[in-house]
Design a protein around this ligand. Structure first.
Ligand SMILES: Cc1cc2nc3c(=O)[nH]c(=O)nc-3n(C[C@H](O)[C@H](O)[C@H](O)COP(=O)(O)O)c2cc1C
Length: 225
């Protein structure tokens, strides 16, 4: 565990329980999007670390189209603006998180003004980097698409050619029993994923790659190459 921070409650997501067929790094297998957040504040070091990770993500011609609006509870005006833009369903739990972040993509290239077709991809990947770094710090990130983007655009005077793509609740995961009963049940429900065979193809759309078909399954969990 990283020396900077320790989680207060480590959600249980063992590879066996998740049906993971081969070795994946614990930073990936242990990550999840919790709704139960402790009110423990993040250090400035941890916040900087998250955005350093986002910063080192790859992007089309190194355009780096990601932008973030960050609000801790001490940034009362910004935190309220982000929180109020959330759907009611998300507000119920996300406003417990000590940090809210809006992820914003620049949708045209700066030099040419041409449409930036991969802007959302590049923002998403930078958020993935941020999320992995958060996991390494014992933090959790819960992404949310349920919010009013125009409200955020207006509230923060975001110029045209930038899309407000995602909101993130960030903090230390807490025990599910702190949640209202309906949310607690969702928090503890088994986590599901489509099997590899259903989305890894070769030769034709829908034709499972032999590399991931169950027949080709290697029982080795540690790759040797
Ligand atoms: C683009 C995007 C939008 C999402 N929107 C919401 C949301 O509005 N509310 C919510 O509770 N979870 C939201 N989620 C979280 C997903 O429901 C969650 O990632 C998914 O169920 C898988 O669970 P896991 O992240 O714990 O593995 C969103 C995730 C993504 C990537």
């Amino acid at each position: 565990m990283n020396p900077i921070t320790q989680p207060e409650h480590k959600p249980h997501s063992s590879p066996e329980r998740l049906g993971i067929r081969a070795h994946v790094h614990e930073l990936i297998s242990s990550r999840r999007s919790p709704r139960a957040f402790s009110d423990r504040a993040l250090t400035t070091d941890a916040i900087i670390s998250l955005f350093e990770a986002a910063r080192w993500s790859p992007s089309s011609i190194n355009e780096q189209p990601w932008n973030f609006i960050v609000a801790t509870k001490d940034d009362a005006k910004s935190y309220a603006l982000l929180a109020e833009s959330l759907s009611e369903r998300n507000q119920r739990w996300a406003t417990q998180a000590p940090l809210l972040v809006a992820g914003i993509a620049q949708t045209t290239y700066l030099k040419s003004g041409a449409p930036y077709r991969h802007a959302w991809y590049d923002l998403g990947q930078s958020v993935a980097y941020l999320t992995v770094q958060a996991t390494a710090l014992g933090l959790s990130v819960h992404p949310m698409g349920g919010f009013d983007a125009e409200r955020i655009r207006h509230g923060f005077s975001i110029p045209p050619h930038f899309d407000v793509v995602i909101l993130l609740a960030v903090g230390y995961a807490d025990k599910p029993d702190m949640l209202p009963e309906d949310l607690r049940q969702r928090e503890e429900a088994p986590r599901m994923r489509k099997p590899l065979e259903s989305f890894v193809f070769t030769d034709a759309w829908g034709q499972t790659s032999r590399h991931v078909s169950q027949e080709g399954l290697s029982l080795n969990t540690q790759s040797t190459n």
